[in-house]
Design a protein around this ligand. Structure first.
Ligand code: PTJ
Length: 265
């Protein structure tokens, strides 16, 4: 085994699915360290499946949603980025960079409560450079109305005007909407309840979304309010989700042709 194979859980960098396997192992390692919930492995697998039929790339509809999301975050008065186990395991450094660039607090908010998880995620974010992490002090928490899961316990999210919720289960998005908050979702499943309830739905892999948001933030930070509002007003989430579904259909049709041609050879 070469040195590189050793460092990457035995996966050679030349493996055709190296990137995908690398992130899969970040999730597995995260689970061993309590960062990721057991169910996070299953959620990741579901995400991989949708990523596959999106061509494992940031589509033009995803890029459009990312622009709208960054514009909305720049215009917001009290934005918060919610962090769960999978996100902390996959993109901790990028998340901290984005939070600093846009001056938006990170708040840990978990669906699965387990002793030691908050500490494990705090450690990962701190190592990535975060200095002020919300959602770790029970005394500062309040309960969100209309939500029974562990996600009901929030800190800044209670007063936020806009919340970014990467890899979410549907209940909270619905509850946040009922409390008149704007929601930005990142979900590879364009048909999930989260995707359909959110104001801005980014159908893309979080490992590509956060780096892209960092790049777009640098560009949009130079715009004035009117220009940011224009980007936001032009964005139609329902239409964008429909166009994403069209892209999936086109991709599958293309793959069908390729599979047919391979069979013929
Ligand atoms: O850390 P916790 O306790 O807060 O739990 C987090 C999970 C993700 C386990 C919890 O929120 C959950 O069970 O979520 P769901 O209901 O499985 O939904 C997760 C959604 O994220 C699914 O629609 C997946 O397709 C999607 N998804 C998975 N991996 C990614 C993703 N979307 C974007 N990028 C990914 N890498």
């Amino acid at each position: 085994m070469t040195l590189n194979e050793n460092q990457n859980n035995g996966i050679p960098e030349t493996h055709p699915r190296y990137q995908s396997l690398k992130f899969r192992h970040k999730i597995i390692d995260g689970m061993k360290k309590l960062v990721v919930a057991e169910a996070g492995l299953i959620a990741h697998g579901r995400g991989e499946c949708f990523d596959y039929i999106l061509g494992e790339k940031t589509t033009k509809t995803a890029r459009y949603a990312i622009r709208a999301a960054v514009a909305a975050l720049l215009l917001a008065k009290k934005p918060v980025i919610s962090v769960n186990g999978n996100v902390a395991a996959l993109v901790p450094n990028e998340l901290v960079t984005l939070s600093k660039l846009l001056n938006i607090p990170l708040e840990i908010n978990l669906f699965y409560h387990k002793e030691g998880r908050i500490k494990a995620i705090t450690d990962v974010l701190t190592k990535a450079g975060a200095t002020d992490i919300k959602g770790i002090n029970e005394d500062k928490m309040v309960e969100l109305e209309g939500l029974e899961s562990n996600r009901r316990k929030v800190e800044l999210i209670a007063k936020a005007d806009i919340v970014m919720v990467p890899l979410e289960d549907g209940d909270r998005t619905e509850a946040l909407k009922k409390l008149n908050k704007k929601v930005i979702a990142v979900d590879l499943n364009p048909l999930s309840r989260t995707a359909l309830w959110a104001d801005i739905t980014i159908v893309d892999n979080i490992v590509r979304v956060i780096p892209e948001m960092i790049e777009i933030s640098k560009e949009l930070k130079k715009l004035n309010k009117a220009e940011l509002n224009y980007i936001l007003e032009k964005f139609d989430n329902k239409l964008n989700i429909q166009k994403t579904l069209d892209l999936i259909i086109d991709y599958i049709k293309e793959q069908k042709k390729i599979a047919f041609n391979i069979q013929k050879k």
